[in-house]
Ligand binder design. Structure first.
Ligand code: HEM
Length: 122
């Protein structure tokens, strides 16, 4: 694994488990039994490698760049990525090539642009 590859949740769980300010740490007022999130946190599964939180798509067109490292400048590039489904830099990818036409890609891009930052007024 190269130093510049982000292992995602794998690194995050290590960081959280060793954080002295976590629920089980010396500064916590909680009893260990109250720290269910930490006590039952998955720490060993290979699925943790390269796992990132799925972001909300609300207002997505207004906040480029995209993905955890801002690796895509445009929504078109994101959809292109899903369409091509390249092999993951490490771990495994859950993506399968979508074989979308140019028109379908443009339609998804237009749809994403409709997801305004604020919910519609009641
Ligand atoms: C054509 C279908 C899809 C579209 C149009 C789409 C759209 C997007 C967009 C625009 C982002 C970037 C959001 C941002 O950076 O704020 C994103 C990120 C993400 N999507 Fe999707 N998505 C699709 C399918 C999926 C599927 C099938 C999965 C799960 C298997 C998934 C999981 C994620 C995750 C985990 C991220 C964050 C990745 C990262 O931070 O590097 N998406 N998606």
């Amino acid at each position: 694994m190269s130093a510049d590859v982000d292992s995602g949740r794998r690194a995050a769980v290590e960081q959280l488990a060793s954080d002295p300010f976590n629920c089980l740490g010396p500064f916590s007022d909680a009893k260990p039994a109250q720290c269910a999130d930490l006590n039952f946190m998955e720490t060993t599964s290979p699925d943790l490698f390269g796992a990132f939180r799925s972001p909300s798509l609300r207002g997505v067109a207004q906040r480029p760049p995209y993905m955890h490292a801002g690796q895509f400048a445009t929504l078109h590039a994101v959809i292109d990525h899903y369409n091509n489904a390249p092999i993951a830099s490490f771990g495994r990818s859950e993506l399968k090539p979508l074989q979308l036409s140019d028109q379908q890609i443009a339609d998804i891009e237009s749809f994403l642009a409709t997801l305004n930052p604020s919910p519609p007024a009641p």
